[in-house]
Design a binder for this molecule. Structure first.
Ligand code: CR1
Length: 839
């Protein structure tokens, strides 16, 4: 009964339904055809990359078929839709995942084999879109996977950075950053829609006045504007017909600007403007950068928020005219504060562009947004200098002032005369230079606020967001993170996935609680042997990758002890290193000779401006240099730095781990998600009671988890009591020796100065309690060594870990968001004429 004329020009008819034949013969024929039509090549001259692209187009046709039917279904049913706003998405390679989710793996494997190719080689060709820094961006990607799989109508909106996170090379032991040119060889997965661009305005000033009806109105007179073009990448659900869209915005110059300048004879100014406009989506900012005075970053945030909200309203107006119903049709999830300016932009759209009064606009706005916090580290909480903010977004700054004024009046009604509280909760910090607090804006503008693990949410309520929790306790909830078992188990570890399927059936990939069915197998000798064999094969494959990337030989029969994640002081890679050095020294002294041989593997990027993190990488490679070549050690310790840790490499690494290092200072890691990926691949964890480790330990049982170190409460109490790292140092001979070996130059070619900043920071401040946890960590690592020498028990623990990790599927997380925050229901999509057998 809705007015048909409203959406003339959008999808009106039932979409075409091709019958995609997924037989081996058809896939071969399609591949040859794509080689011709998309690459203009015939088989004899085609490169491996041509074949990768051709196969991607073969797969893409089938993916788009699902998307077009999904879009049609969602549109027809006008279903309530989730809008996920995130400045980062770490999608990982697409080809393998799409083949898996289409259920055509066997046929594709055979088809390419019959053409003389290997699917593995073709998959290796793909350069992943590294459009994120780490956990937060990868979480967004896992959540899209689960949204599609749970059949939830959703859009992911973000930024199409031309250069994503830098590629990391290791030169002379140091990290060297290389620009990531992921688009160089073409991206077959995206569909640009230049016909659907939006204008985004910046700068200038505002003018106040009265409109024809005598109402007070503000007009924003911007100084410049750019265009945002969407690029759509479909994301398939697993075992369902549903697909959703990741829509990334690219900044482009308005050609009208160029024309004007050209007419004035200022051709070069026009070209300049074009460059300036396109700069907005040029590069992803690495997080953990110490100083942030970056206007371009604010422009990026506003740019993608403005495009996304405009797009959302376009879709809304296709079916509705009454903006009061917007909160019934859409919920907008803010992935951290990067898109928090959306709160002000929504108010501007409603008031300035659609003529609503403030209170009505505010009711709609606060009915639409929800906010996820991802960090407790004070230095990572975003704020913007008010002058800078006002120069880039003068109208939004006014709106934020008005929101703040009304909000503080409300606070004052609840807590009369509490000046301290008012200044803490204000959207502006006034200590020193005046700044806008984006977390406060996100809290005030949202109807739901959540943390990403139980401990993190508790600490949020007690610390950074304490005042907001006291004002609005009902807004708060916990949503413990999860990871997709499709990419991180089925795709990354097919051997393990097949073994699990053989024993408990195939449904676990969509219903991870079924993994519980593995528990009895922990006592089954034959099964344990198969389990051990799968792990061994994964280690053999990783050893081959290590050989290829670093030239180093490592022994798959040793204990693979792995720490991969961003390099950061709070994640404490240096604590890991101190244990390695201690172990090394003991072996040199003829002690610990019965400990199992270990391969310590590290991977992760340091922010280019984070000097101490880069020094930590140099320390790891320095220790590797000495230990790996020491004839006394004779292979009992090897240390590897695996360069350029990203999603693609991660898929090789997680399955091969015996031991997962999750050793952050308690209270600092909001959740962690690598911890889940390791455990789901049968690694045991050595970890602190931090982030989701707490829940993992509880789920798998403390007897199957190597727990050590201070708790978050103890960390706070120790600090309170006047923690002095030098006292710990003075009291521990092995610690002194290990640190002495570093500062004496043993790992820096005799240069005693190289690691001085690291050593000094540990001795003088030790913000992250490395020394306080050192003894407990070393002792816990000894326990790990002893446990590894009893393979039957070790593998039983490994099986129990996997069996009990079901709750860490992102399907569970997303189901909780749907139930508690989004209030959305599944919309199944039926795709006609699909002839695939799910394997
Ligand atoms: C946290 O540090 C968490 C991810 C995803 C990170 C990590 O512990 O697993 O988010 N936070 O929730 C972050 O990147 C900007 O903050």
């Amino acid at each position: 009964s809705f007015p048909m004329e409203k959406f003339r020009g959008t999808i009106l008819h039932h979409p075409p339904s091709h019958c995609f034949d997924n037989s081996v013969e058809s896939i071969k024929a399609d591949l040859t055809e794509k080689l011709f039509s998309m690459r203009a090549k015939f088989p004899e001259v085609a490169t491996l990359n041509d074949y990768y692209l051709a196969l991607s187009y073969v797969v893409r046709d089938r993916v788009l078929h699902r998307w077009i039917h999904s879009a049609h279904t969602y549109f027809q049913q006008a279903s309530r839709t989730v809008v996920y706003l995130s400045a980062e998405y770490l999608m990982g390679p697409q080809l393998g995942n799409n083949i898996l989710n289409l259920g055509i793996r066997k046929q594709v494997e055979q088809a390419v084999a019959e053409m003389g190719l290997s699917l593995e080689d073709l998959l290796e060709q793909e350069e992943e879109p590294g459009l994120g820094n780490g956990g937060l961006g990868r979480l967004a990607a896992c959540y899209l996977d689960s949204l599609a799989t749970l059949q939830i109508p959703a859009f992911g909106y973000g930024i199409r950075y031309e250069f994503g996170i830098f590629d990391q090379q290791i030169k002379d032991g140091w990290q060297v950053e290389v620009t990531d040119r992921w688009l160089r060889l073409g991206n077959p997965w995206e569909v640009p829609h230049p016909e659907r661009r939006y204008e985004v305005r910046f700068g200038g000033h505002t003018e106040a006045g009265y409109d024809a009806q005598g109402r007070y109105r503000v007009r924003w007179v911007p100084e410049r504007s750019v265009m945002g073009t969407p690029f759509d990448t479909p994301v398939l659900g697993y075992g369902v017909g549903n697909a959703i869209i990741l829509r990334l915005w690219q900044a482009e110059a308005r050609e009208s600007f160029d024309f004007q300048a050209f007419n004035l004879g200022n051709y070069y100014k026009a070209v300049d403007d074009k460059v300036m406009s396109e700069n907005i989506t040029k590069v992803l900012y690495p997080n953990d950068e110490p100083e942030a005075g970056r206007r371009l970053r604010l422009e990026q945030q506003y740019f993608f928020v403005a495009c996304s909200l405009a797009d959302m309203l376009r879709i809304f107006f296709q079916r509705d005219t009454d903006l009061d119903r917007l909160p019934d049709k859409f919920v907008v999830q803010l992935n951290d504060t990067h898109p928090a300016v959306a709160v002000a932009e929504m108010m501007r759209l409603l008031i300035d562009d659609n003529g609503l009064e403030w209170d009505r606009a505010w009711k709609i706005t606060t009915g639409v947004f929800a906010y996820t916090n991802h960090t407790l580290l004070p230095e990572a909480l975003e704020t913007w200098n008010v002058d800078l903010f006002g120069k880039v977004l003068p109208r939004h700054l006014e709106i934020i002032y008005e929101i703040n004024h009304r909000f503080l009046m409300e606070v004052n009604r609840f807590f009369p005369g509490d000046a301290g509280r008012l200044s803490r909760m204000s959207l502006f910090s006034e200590a020193g230079e005046k700044r806008v607090r984006m977390a406060n804006l996100a809290c005030v503008g949202s109807r739901a606020i959540n943390g990403v693990a139980a401990l993190h949410t508790d600490l949020l309520k007690q610390t950074v967001l304490k005042d907001f929790h006291e004002l609005w306790p009902e807004k708060f909830s916990n949503k413990t993170n999860g990871v997709t078992p499709r990419r991180f188990m089925a795709l990354a570890n097919p051997g393990l996935a097949d073994l699990i399927t053989q024993s408990i059936g195939a449904t676990w990939l969509r219903d991870m609680d079924r993994l519980k069915g593995l528990e009895p197998f922990a006592r089954d000798n034959a099964f344990r042997d198969q389990w051990a064999e799968v792990k061994h094969q994964c280690k053999v494959r990783l050893a081959a990758m290590i050989r290829k990337k670093t030239g180093m030989a490592v022994d798959p029969d040793t204990l693979f002890d792995i720490q991969v994640k961003r390099i950061h002081e709070y994640k404490r890679q240096h604590l890991n290193v101190l244990n390695i050095i201690t172990h090394y020294r003991r072996l040199k002294q003829g002690l610990d000779m019965d400990a199992p041989a270990r391969t310590f593997i590290f991977g992760g990027k340091a922010a280019p401006g984070y000097v101490l993190a880069k020094l930590m990488i140099r320390l790891i490679t320095g220790v590797a240099d000495v230990v790996n070549h020491d004839p006394d050690i004779n292979g009992r310790i090897k240390v590897v730095f695996y360069p350029d840790f990203n999603v693609k490499n991660a898929q090789h690494i997680y399955p091969a781990a015996d031991l997962s290092e999750q050793i952050s200072t308690a209270g600092k890691e909001a959740s962690g998600t690598g911890n889940m990926k390791f455990a789901l691949n049968g690694a045991l964890t050595i970890g602190t009671l931090d982030g989701a480790n707490v829940e993992i330990c509880q789920a798998v049982g403390p007897e199957n988890f190597f727990l050590f170190g201070l708790t978050a409460d103890q960390v706070a109490a120790t600090r309170q009591a006047g923690y002095r790292p030098c006292d710990v140092y003075d009291g521990n001979e092995e610690l002194r020796a290990a640190m002495g070996m570093i500062s004496g130059g043993l790992f820096s070619g005799g240069d005693p100065g190289m690691f001085a900043p690291l050593i000094d920071s540990l001795l003088n401040e030790d913000r992250f309690m490395v020394l306080a946890d050192y003894a407990a960590y070393v002792q816990c690592q000894e326990q790990v060594g002893r446990a590894f020498l009893k393979p039957d028990h070790w593998h039983a623990m490994s099986i129990l870990n996997v069996a009990r990790m079901g709750m860490f599927s992102s399907d569970r997380s997303i189901a909780e968001y749907c139930r508690d925050i989004w209030h959305v229901e599944p919309v199944p999509v039926v795709v006609p004429d699909e002839t695939c057998d799910i394997d």
